[in-house]
Ligand binder design. Sequence first.
Ligand code: PLP
Length: 424
Amino acid sequence: MISGRWIMFYSSLVTDCYRLPTTDHRFSRKVSPMSHIYAQLNPGKRVLMGPGPSDVHPRVLQAMIAPLVGHLDPYFLKVMDETKALLQYVFETTNEFAIPVSGTGSAGMETCLCNLIEPGDEVVVCVGGYFADRMCQMVERCGGRLIRMAGAWGKPFAPDEIAKRLQTCHPKLVAIVHAETSTGVLQPLDEIAHVVHEHGALFLVDTVASLGGAHVKVDAWGIDACYSGSQKCLSCPPGLAPLTLNDRAMSAIQNRKTKVQSWYFDMSLVKNYWGGDRVYHHTAPVNMNYALREALLIVYEEGLEHGIARHALNYRAFKAGIEAMGLKFFVDEPYRAPMINPILAPDGIDELKVRRRLLTEYGIEIGGGLGALKGKAWRVGLMGQSSSKDHVLLFLSALEQVLRAEGHRVKDSGVTAASGVYSV
Ligand SMILES: *Cc1c(COP(=O)(O)O)cnc(C)c1O
């Protein structure tokens, strides 16, 4: 029989496990007396509907707690091979080189730019928003001669516009963002590669926000280099940057006159770990890779085509709801990215206050405006697992309540309009 005294003893052991060093006097002089009691991690439940991260399927979190093995363990090598095949599937490519770079989406951006640019190379960046601007900053840090092709926020680039600009320069690389998360534009890509290749340049595309939620036809569209992020439409926690390079891009790296200035992101080194000889380069974040494999597997099981159709359907329902409520999108159709939607805050409504209330009263996270949209818009993400009927209806009803509470006269019920789309 277990007596009360034993229970107290055991329970004190258990609670002590969750406390960090208790009576180590070496530390106690520097640290205030109560500071050694840390609460257990308990972030609470959130509904992630911002510009990323998106909600993660429980299977992905489960995969992260699978036993750790070494980064050269035969089991992990198999995980790597499967991840590569799944990446080829989502990138719609037969490229031999398809890997997750260790780091977030920006690490994928940096990898592409620092491997493909040598000091003095001309690089055209089509800038229609915040993330293309980030590319510009990286091009300059790589020593590239930046040709900034400025477009309007909220508008895509036309192929002729790019063709015209290419008549006056000789870039090695032309870079563009597919789904510009800051503006909500989905840039059509099918005709641009042709224009870029005619001028002998490589074509680089940022698909951080689009991969898994819209087609990214790397081969059919002629994309030479393409990177993404794990935490947007792939619905994996942040930490890996899927990337693919075709033979043209690989030989551009092979034929460099100078070494890639970043040792960590030098793909001529990393490729020997992900392929061929499995030479140690850096310790792969093993459990993050488990997570990405699982997230990709979920995309594969649903079917890419089906998943993309789901993103489109949820966008249509969301749009019906937003319009019924009398609210306006920032981007005109047909250029809206279905996975990220800037909505203009109505006059007299404090954008930040609404966002805070959604978080504290409903547990819903959405994004605020970036750059030109700062303080003026909400950015609502319908990415990956967060692109669902539940998310759309919950968000519309919460927004309606918050707007009413803030004194805004909401036109009609967003939930009713969105439900109508689902019922046909
Ligand atoms: C989120 C995002 C990035 C940056 O990715 P991080 O994971 O934050 O480093 C780059 N480009 C686009 C289009 C994005 O949406």
